[in-house]
Design a protein around this ligand. Sequence first.
Ligand code: ADP
Ligand code: MG
Length: 614
Amino acid sequence: MTKKQKKILIRIIIAAVLLLFLHFVPSTGNWITDLCLALVPYLVIGWDIVFNAFKKIFKGRLFDEEFLMTIATAGAFIVGDYPEATLVMLFYQVGELFQSIAVGKSRKSIADMMDICPETAVVIRDGEEETVDPFEVETGEILLVRPGEKIPIDGTVIEGMTSINMSALTGESLPVEKGVGDSVFSGSINLTNVIKMQTTAAYEDSTVSKILELVENSTDKKAKTEKFITKFSRIYTPCVVILAILIILVCSLFSDMGIKKSIYRGLIFLVVSCPCALVVSVPLSFFGGIGAASRRGILIKGSNHMETLSKVDTVVFDKTGTITKGNFAVDAIHPREVSADELIDIAALAESRSNHPVAESIVEAHGKHIATDRLGEVSEIAGKGIKAVIDGKTYYVGNGKLMEEVGADYHECHLPGTVVHVSTGNLYLGHIVINDEIKADSIEAIKRIKQSGVKKTVMLTGDNLKVAQKVAETVGVDSFVAGLLPDKKVSELEKILEKGKVVAFVGDGINDAPVLTRADIGIAMGALGSDAAIEAADIVLMNDSLGSIPSALKIARKTLRIVKENIVFSLAVKIGILILGALGLVGMRIAIFGDVGVLVLAILNSVRAMRVPR
Ligand code: ADP
Ligand code: MG
């Protein structure tokens, strides 16, 4: 509990004891003394609310909770029911206390998961170890990270070999081995050995800072439901105030209730009118859901995306790097005009600057030193391949479409797989056949996505028909489209959107940013280290596994269910009390008790959203 919460608790206890005490003290017979005595517990519990209400009246902000509480309790004093006034304030403060504990707790749970912020970094300057604030470390400096410490900044290992726990980033609890040359990400924890690393970014641009920024900003983007509630309460509260006045007028003029009883009925109306259970519990549920997701390495950029995700009925996947590993092995080299070694040399050189999975795999398969000084201008032709100048000659490396474009006399290969053709100008030099592997959990994940109620799964790919068909059949997507250039992927997606589907697109962020943006929900995976993906997507999966998607769907649906439960439940109870109050069937005490009760239950229900489903 914070200091402020403790103070409120103490005031609640004191006021309750005083109230009980006064209950047994007989009236002094003098109304001024009686009133003064009754004011003591009232002010103990409610002075700040009355004070704030007056402050707001002068600022012209009427009709908020504090204003309502003040009027209602002042009314209770006027009709002479002193304990009632104190009780109302007391219940109200209990509700407030509860709410502040719950909000604090959910903030803390994100902060806990976000316990990824390194406080210090040990930097080696002039051979000396120096402990500094991570903000002070520059790109390219050497850091020392001991076992048990957090990696403070993104970088590359230059000395040592260790296990790293990345669970705070990806939700994956198995440690990963990292050695010289491997990249490590800020926020992960070094488990076993001392390592030296060279930073590749400043702290502000490191993974930790990006994640924090993303989660912190996520509450700014309000879901439709949330916006509705805010608008609703703005209209609803004044309406109830007017109704309350009407009730007082009608009862006192047209019945024999007398002015005192009439005011009392109007007051009940006022007290329960504040829609605090909704205003508090709805954002709290979203916040909890976002927190639960982030602890599984699923970063949802706003409540609005959470709401859309819960309605998704079609999931569209990119193939390379999303369903498959994007880690191609070379199966065959079929040269013409040149030797096999020369062919792969040219291909690797041309691909050396690209981050496309095909490019990275060819460079890796080549395995030898790449003489980049031979390389001139390089340009990437999205969805087709690469154009590169090597030793002053122009080469093309890519798929059949690229060969057609340059007029090379290429031929398809009889072997299954992705074929990378090479030509210089229009002279065909042969091809390399590479094959990708399907990720271990893709099949299971797609099955679970379908089970979770998603009606259709589609795979889009720029790869050839043969490969696409095989992958689609193996993982069990409902349909697929092959041979698509990146802009054609957008139009395929638009065709699905036109049918009125709510579509999520899952990609790896490499040349599919336009599709990620166009879909109702763009999900980028393997975001560790890829800025483009984090930028373009609405939901960012820190790990590389499609298995996060059914979890994300589950969390989103659960959160929205909780939100709806809260809305229906609090409105029902509230309207019930309003009607009973207007008919004079419940007193103010019951009314306010019911009101606080609804608030507490709604908050408790929201807290459920924070729990991470297994
Ligand atoms: P996917 O839709 O499977 O993610 P892309 O749209 O990224 O595929 O690429 C489509 C096809 O274009 C690849 O299968 C490959 O044949 C070719 N291609 C794209 N980039 C390159 C590259 N850098 N080198 C060679 N071929 C490439
Ligand atoms: Mg791709």
